[in-house]
Write a protein that binds this ligand. Structure first.
Ligand SMILES: [Zn+2]
Length: 327
């Protein structure tokens, strides 16, 4: 689905070493360790895969809905590259084909629409960019620009998003194309708050998502110098957290920087936990193979942090995400 953008197209050229450093348009003042959500909130959630938005922020989305705040969720991939999950859904016992992976991705898109409906938001709030699951980290380095071949998904064998997912014409699986799409979305939607994965997340797509969002924010700063947003990070894959802490509430992850305002703890009411669990259960494809994982995030709180304003320009020579899990 295409986002109803404002028509800005961001330059693909990035600053050279002689260009002035551009800071991302992120609020630098010290904020209290809370998320300020009210009727004026324009909340953008960056989800590497369908289900991350609910795992990390199913309660925050409900709080946004309470105030009738505007929500936009951007899925970087369809979550199609998960062989264990695809096998469980296809049930044909044969070797998995690109068509099987594509069908699985479409199923997860549909589950995302159902999950968001559980929380009171329609499909208009969702954008699927269709980038390659398990490959985003490669787009930060080798497959950055049009000077090289586009990345090819080892699951779907595609070089580009499907036509229905293409947001900017001629988009292919290249890092600069993903940055450009994110910059277009952020510059048009002008979120007051962005929730995005943090760099330490031990899944390659989550880790890469941080770098692409930071890179896109620098592009936005060049076009909209007065734009500011509250950049907030979440984490889904971090050692055995939060599964090693059973109980009602999730602790703060150990050995991670708590950010400029300290860990942000968002308490959920029992009713909000119930609705979050119902939304997670909409992801039948995930519930079938890893119910424990979904349940691990259906707790009485959600945990975030507020990073220092990033100074990141892609591409990078070596991806800091390479050692993490890919599915
Ligand atoms: Zn994910």
């Amino acid at each position: 689905m295409a986002f109803a953008g404002g028509g800005w197209f961001y330059s693909r050229s990035h600053p050279t070493s002689t260009a002035p450093e551009i800071s991302a348009p992120v609020e630098a003042q010290s904020n209290p360790a809370t998320l300020a959500i009210d009727a004026s909130t324009r909340l953008l959630i960056i989800a590497p895969h369908p289900d991350d938005e609910i795992l990390a922020a199913g309660g925050v989305i409900q709080k946004a809905r309470f105030f009738d705040a505007i929500l936009h969720v951007v899925y970087l991939t369809d979550g199609e590259g998960y062989p264990v999950g695809v096998k469980a859904e296809r049930r044909h016992g044969k070797i998995l084909t690109p068509a099987d992976y594509k069908a699985y991705g479409l199923q997860r898109e549909q589950e995302a629409r159902t999950a968001l409906r559980e929380l009171g938001y329609s499909a208009w709030s969702l954008t699927f960019l269709g980038f390659p699951n398990g490959g985003l980290h490669r787009l930060m380095t080798t497959y950055w620009s049009e000077h090289s071949k586009a990345y090819r998904s080892r699951y779907t064998r595609l070089y580009r998003p499907s036509v229905s997912e293409t947001f900017i014409p001629d988009t292919e699986y290249r890092g600069e194309d993903l940055t450009q799409e994110l910059a277009e979305i952020i510059g048009s939607f002008k979120p007051t708050m962005i929730l995005t994965p943090r760099a330490e997340d031990q899944h390659v797509d989550h880790c890469a998502a941080w770098f692409f969002v930071a890179d896109a924010l620098a592009d936005v700063a060049r076009v909209h110098p007065n734009f500011h947003t509250d950049l907030i990070t979440y984490i889904v894959h971090w050692n055995s957290w939060p599964f090693d802490h059973p109980g009602a509430a999730m602790p703060f992850p150990e050995d991670l920087d708590s950010g400029v305002s300290g860990w942000i703890n968002v308490p959920l009411s029992p009713e909000q936990v119930r609705v979050k669990r119902a939304a997670l259960n909409s992801y039948k494809s995930q519930k079938d193979v890893m119910p424990w994982f979904l349940d691990g995030f259906a707790r009485s709180n959600e945990v975030f942090s507020r990073p220092a304003p990033p100074h990141i320009t892609l591409p990078v020579r070596q991806s800091p995400c390479d050692d993490f899990i890919e599915h």
